[in-house]
Design a protein around this ligand. Sequence first.
Ligand SMILES: NC(=O)c1ccc[n+]([C@@H]2O[C@H](COP(=O)([O-])OP(=O)(O)OC[C@H]3O[C@@H](n4cnc5c(N)ncnc54)[C@H](O)[C@@H]3O)[C@@H](O)[C@H]2O)c1
Length: 320
Amino acid sequence: MFRRTFSSLALRRVFITPRSLPQRQSILRPLSVDALEQSRKPLSRKAVDSYLTSNVLDLLSLKGRTVVITGAGRGIGLALAFAVAEAGGKVAIVDAADAPHEHYAKLQDICEEVRYYKSDVTDYERLEATFADIAKDFGRIDGIVTAAGICPDEPFLERKPQSVKRTFEINSLGTYYSAQLAARQMLKQPKLTPTSNAGSIVFIASIAAHTASLGQYTSDYCSSKGAVLSLSRQLSVELARPGIRVNCISPGYIVTDMVLDIADSRPRLSDIFVSEPPMKRMGDRTELKGAAVYLLSQASSYMTGGELLITGGMHAGRTE
Ligand SMILES: NC(=O)c1ccc[n+]([C@@H]2O[C@H](COP(=O)([O-])OP(=O)(O)OC[C@H]3O[C@@H](n4cnc5c(N)ncnc54)[C@H](O)[C@@H]3O)[C@@H](O)[C@H]2O)c1
């Protein structure tokens, strides 16, 4: 009995094709011999050997690609804007600040095309208009990095609903809206080359999506970043067919104004930031640049639903 049930389940697994699902009678209709043969066809020798002609530096190039980076007015986002520009790409920065950090002037010197859009990732209508402007100005969107975020530090029992809501609005919903607007444009436009994906979405999540933050009061931050990580997994499956890849970069402690402000408010945290990672130091934004270029480029063309944890080893274990 068990054997019969098992073999019927196994048969279903082998024979069900997505198209046959709605028609009950055809559920057990086997694939045609031709179709089976096609699915078992060995790769051609030419395809197997393509690595011989695919130079890794060409694969990492972002030449001709337009990348939107939210929260790139300063901090991690701004460093990643430099990474995109250095890899040959064009950059559209979306940030709520009135003006970008002074290093933006240097970015203008090295980037083929860069524009700063003052907008707010929590205001859907305004953000929609901003993405429409980007599509008009650049002609296309090939990638997006969502770096806009905030990290309040206040005990759970003292948090006020408005402030918790704000964190989720920026970190989770802002990420959701930005990815959706970028994806819609990616699917509207012709592919950059016949072999390229439709686009690449890179979320900046955090080590906080995995573990509690020692010494910090970040209940809303951790959970908002957990939502970002879950979103990336769901979207990676939902958008795989149309050709959009979705991945996360999850940093540990990286020196930026955000983190320095937190450390200023509670100096004990400075010790934690350098002692907790097994590598015994904080990360520098430079150490995220390669990861972003990799995920945005053709070099990661078979990677989706993944996460690069760049934490000085902290996700593997913490030390005294
Ligand atoms: N620095 C770290 O150690 C660290 C670690 C893990 C994850 N992260 C994440 O990386 C991202 C960038 O962090 P950072 O350290 O560079 O912070 P940052 O404060 O230096 O930069 C954040 C940027 O987001 C912008 N922003 C804030 N609210 C916005 C809104 N509503 N709409 C548009 N832009 C808005 C700010 O103006 C700012 O330019 C954040 O999502 C953060 O959670 C940072």
